[in-house]
Design a protein around this ligand. Structure first.
Ligand code: SF4
Ligand code: SF4
Ligand code: FES
Length: 236
């Protein structure tokens, strides 16, 4: 099948973005966008639709198994993992690749997700003592630990604006794990941050749940966190 690949490119942080259209042909509908990008980069004779050399397309990957989140990008206007998106899904043959829009672009499809990690630091999400394990807590901790920190949920969250006060799902999912493992007496600071940085800003539309490539049970984690941080504390 013949594909038209459109890529929003940007040489570096300061450069102006431009769109490049690349013709591509494969008879393998199972080929992923990650393999497509590797194939384009491996072919020094690959040209764009005007016959110009395309140069190296910058993008990130590590595991290629839906486990690290590095390859997250917009594919046909939806945030997805390149290693988990097959070309055959797009019957029209048109595939548009763009960097995630809520983060600064480093180059082409690579973005700087520092704000997401800074938010986790601000929440103080780490354990300084041995974790507390309970059967119920373990289920929550396991589900929360599956977060890839890919940022796809931030892309679709109507309330997340980078650098502002609401931290969104990429923060409240890992919070679930720490809350389940911290002894009650050590939770106060995180619970207060949770109320201010997450609970108050979340509209509970759950667009984040619907887009999460790890299919984390975000709904359940949100209810659980809200119960611990708000309902059981203030509505006794
Ligand atoms: S919650 Fe899902 S979409 Fe959001 S960062 Fe974690 S894995 Fe990615
Ligand atoms: S439930 Fe809605 S507002 Fe809350 S984090 Fe998810 S997308 Fe954002
Ligand atoms: S390369 Fe790790 S999730 Fe795609």
């Amino acid at each position: 099948m013949k594909y038209t690949i459109e890529i929003l490119r940007q040489q570096d942080r300061e450069a102006a973005p431009y769109r490049q259209i690349i013709p591509f042909e494969t008879d393998d509908p199972q080929m992923t966008v990650a393999t497509l990008l590797k194939t384009l980069n491996a072919n020094p004779r690959q040209t764009d639709i005007d016959g110009n050399p395309i140069g190296k397309i910058e993008w990130e990957c590590s595991c290629l198994q839906k486990k690290c989140g590095a390859c997250a990008m917009r594919i046909n206007a939806k945030p997805r993992l390149a290693c988990d998106t097959k070309l055959g899904v797009f019957k029209s043959g048109r595939i548009v690749l763009e960097p995630l829009k809520k983060f600064p672009v480093i180059a082409d499809l690579i973005v700087d997700r520092a704000v997401m990690f800074e938010n986790l630091k601000q929440l103080g999400l780490w354990l300084e003592k041995e974790a507390r394990h309970t059967k119920r807590g373990e289920e929550v901790a396991y589900e929360a630990s599956r977060c890839l920190q890919c940022g796809c949920c931030l892309e679709v969250c109507p309330n997340f604006i980078p650098g502002e006060d609401f931290y969104s799902a990429a923060s409240f999912v890992p919070t679930g794990r720490v809350l389940s493992e911290l002894p009650r007496k050590d939770k106060a600071a995180i619970l207060d941050s949770y109320v201010n940085k997450i609970y108050r800003g979340c509209g509970k539309s759950l667009s984040c749940r619907d887009i999460c490539p790890a299919q984390i049970d975000i709904d359940h984690l949100l209810v659980n966190n809200n119960a611990v941080a708000v309902w059981k504390r203030f509505l006794k």
